[in-house]
Design a protein around this ligand. Structure first.
Ligand code: ATP
Length: 234
């Protein structure tokens, strides 16, 4: 098991946003967390990456309890988040953004090789490597945010709504890339409102509703669940 989230509870003032949520991600898997707006997906991501704290429970990554580790130390452990809305450095070039992804690495000699790999995977980024990131299209910024995360050599990649705001063709492209990143050995936790797409590439899935996990299982089983079909698959 690479990530084990156990009984976490998140509050915003009196709002109990995450209620006793538990789930796990095994090495090599793609796991999807799906749910409607406000279900609590982003709150869970932020709790894992240390941006907000759970009042109880635990979060173990690679056997280590990270629930009290400072958020800026978490990427160095191999757990890297691509946040919703991408957050690329808009005033820096594509290349500079990618280099920023590698700033914590100690194996400096391999960085160039990994940069070439990122450019191979995202050819649009190579074509635009000297362009300011703020001038990229939404899909290109998503690719850059993913490429930057890969430059830090994560063992677990947290992707928060990678399909948001993208055209259907680009959504397919991004999901194909997620699959190929996973094939290359990166474990993926994917948060998505686009349940159809997320379930089509995930091994397992958890469905969230108002801060609770209401259904979980193999992605195929979840996709066949009548309740999920009616509420999330249209
Ligand atoms: P979306 O897909 O719309 O981003 P989500 O599933 O990621 O939704 P969260 O953003 O985690 O959901 O929000 C879960 C609940 O917590 C919502 O009811 C939201 O209004 C509430 N919430 C989130 N952040 C805060 C905050 N900073 N202060 C108060 N309430 C918050």
């Amino acid at each position: 098991m690479l990530l084990e989230v156990k009984d976490i509870n998140v509050y915003y003032g009196v709002i109990h946003a995450i209620k006793n949520v538990s789930f796990e991600v095994n090495q090599g898997e793609i796991v999807a967390l799906i749910g409607a707006n406000g279900a609590g997906k982003t709150s869970i991501m932020h709790t894992i990456s240390g941006l907000i704290r759970s009042r109880s429970g635990s979060i173990h990554f690679d056997g280590k309890d990270i629930s009290k580790v400072a958020s800026h130390k978490i990427p160095g452990l191999g757990l890297v988040q691509v946040p919703e809305g991408r957050h690329v450095f808009t005033e820096m070039t594509v290349l500079e953004n990618l280099e920023m992804g590698a700033y914590l690495r100690k194996d400096k000699e391999n960085i160039q090789k990994d940069l070439e790999k990122v450019f191979k995977r995202f050819s649009r980024l190579e074509e635009r490597k000297n362009q300011l990131a703020g001038t990229l299209s939404g899909g290109e910024q998503q690719m850059l945010a993913m490429g930057r995360a890969l430059m830090s050599k994560p063992s677990l990649l947290l992707l928060d709504e990678p399909s948001m705001g993208l055209s259907p063709i680009l959504v397919n492209e991004i999901f194909d890339i997620i699959k190929s990143i996973n094939k290359d050995g990166v474990t993926v936790l994917l948060v998505e409102q686009n349940a159809n797409k997320a379930l089509s590439i995930a091994d397992r899935a958890y469905v969230l509703e108002t801060g609770n996990v209401i259904v979980s299982g193999q992605a195929k089983e979840v996709a066949d669940n009548p309740k999920v079909k009616e509420a999330y698959l249209g």
